[in-house]
Design a protein around this ligand. Structure first.
Ligand code: ATP
Length: 239
C-alpha cells in the first residue's frame, strides 16, 4: 500500500474550484515533485492534505488511516508536516524559538529528543550553526527558508511537504536547499516538493506530477519527464 493516497479531491475556495478530482500516490521514502503553473492548485493540494482546507469530495489516506477533514493538529501528530509558501516564520523571534515552536506538540513529553532534533536540523543545514540566538527576521532569505524547513523537521515528520522553497532565492542557495532535501530523503523522510522551479525540482525528485486546472495532467519518473517535449515547452522554458 502507498504511504499516502489522495483520491478524487475536489476543493472549493468560495465559488472558485481549485481542485477537480485530483488523484495521486506517494510511496514511502520517495521524493515527489508537484509542478504546475500559477493557480493550478498546488498550494491548495498541500493545504488540504495538511487539514487547513477541507475538501468537498475525495479522500486522503496516510499509512492506511483516513486524514480527510481531520484537524491540522491531528495530521501533524500522524507524521505529516507542511513548510508553507513564503516561509511564515516568526520574524521577531530567535532562530531557536522558531525551531522549538515546530516541536511544541511534543516538547513537554519528549524534551531530550527535541534537543537531538535541533542537532539534526543543524546537521542538515550547517549554515544555521551558531545562529540560534539570532532574530529570524534579520537573516537572509536563504537562511530563513532553511529555518522554515528546519521548523517543519522539528515535528519529526515521516512525510514533509514543501511549498515553493526555492522562491526568490539565488541559484547557489537553491542548490544548497535541494541538496539538503536529498539528504533528508536518504535518511528515509518522504518528501512532496511543490515547485515553480521545475528544472531544480526534476533534478532531485524521483517522480513528478504536473497539475493543470486542479487535476493531474501528467505524471512519471523525473528522468522521463525531463525529456518529455510537453514538459520541456511548458515548464523548462525550451522551445
Ligand atoms: P501559486 O503557484 O500561484 O501559488 P497554485 O498552483 O499553488 O498557484 P492555488 O494557490 O492552490 O494554486 O490556487 C488554485 C486556485 O484557487 C486559483 O484559481 C486561485 O486563484 C484560487 N484560490 C486560492 N486560494 C483562494 C482563496 N483563498 N480564495 C479564492 N480563491 C482562491
Amino acid at each position: 500500500m502507498s504511504m499516502l493516497q489522495v483520491q478524487g479531491l475536489k476543493v472549493f475556495h468560495g465559488c472558485v474550484q481549485a481542485l477537480r478530482g485530483l488523484t495521486f500516490r506517494a510511496e514511502r521514502g520517495e521524493m515527489i515533485a508537484v509542478l504546475g503553473a500559477n493557480g493550478a492548485g498546488k498550494s491548495t493540494l498541500l493545504a488540504t492534505i495538511s487539514g487547513i482546507c477541507s475538501p468537498g469530495e475525495g479522500e486522503i489516506i496516510f499509512e492506511g488511516k483516513s486524514l480527510t477533514r481531520k484537524s491540522p493538529e491531528f495530521i501533524v501528530r500522524q507524521g505529516l508536516s507542511l513548510v508553507p509558501e513564503h516561509r511564515q516564520i516568526f520574524n521577531s523571534l530567535t532562530v531557536l524559538d522558531n525551531l522549538l515552536l515546530g516541536a511544541f506538540h511534543r516538547y513537554r513529553s519528549d524534551k531530550s529528543r527535541v534537543m537531538e532534533d535541533l542537532q539534526r536540523v543543524i546537521e542538515i543545514f550547517p549554515a544555521l550553526e551558531g545562529k540560534q540566538k539570532q532574530i529570524a527576521g534579520t537573516m537572509s532569505g536563504g537562511l530563513q527558508q532553511m529555518l522554515a524547513i528546519g521548523r517543519g523537521l522539528m515535528a519529526r515528520p515521516k512525510l514533509i511537504m514543501l511549498d515553493e522553497p526555492s522562491i526568490g532565492l539565488a541559484p547557489m542557495v537553491v542548490r544548497e536547499i535541494m541538496c539538503a532535501l536529498r539528504k533528508l530523503k536518504e535518511d528515509g523522510t518522504t518528501i512532496i516538493l511543490v515547485e515553480q522551479n521545475a528544472s531544480a525540482a526534476l533534478k532531485v525528485a524521483d517522480r513528478a506530477i504536473i497539475i493543470e486546472r486542479g487535476q493531474v495532467a501528467l505524471s512519471g519518473n523525473s528522468s522521463e519527464l525531463v525529456s518529455d517535449e510537453r514538459v520541456q515547452q511548458a515548464y523548462l522554458g525550451k522551445s
